[in-house]
Design a protein around this ligand. Structure first.
Ligand code: SF4
Length: 65
């Protein structure tokens, strides 16, 4: 599994990289620290972490708006 297949991976200008939004989604769940948005840059071909969920970032688009 690679980050590029994960639904938390959001595209950026560089086709080989993405932004992992996993922590951002988790933060918004708490409603306490909505300004502390944390996203991290990842390589799409790096090995997936334990939070991997298969799917498209579009699955989350409602959560991000
Ligand atoms: S596998 Fe982990 S690091 Fe990679 S995009 Fe998904 S949540 Fe982020």
């Amino acid at each position: 599994m690679e980050c590029g297949e994960c639904k938390w991976c959001n595209p950026i200008d560089n086709p080989r990289k993405g932004l992992c939004m996993y922590e951002r989604i988790k933060l918004s769940d708490t409603q306490k620290t909505s300004t502390a948005i944390k996203s991290k840059m990842i390589n799409k071909n790096q090995e997936a972490c334990e939070h991997f969920e298969k799917g498209s970032h579009r699955d989350n688009i409602d959560d991000l708006i």
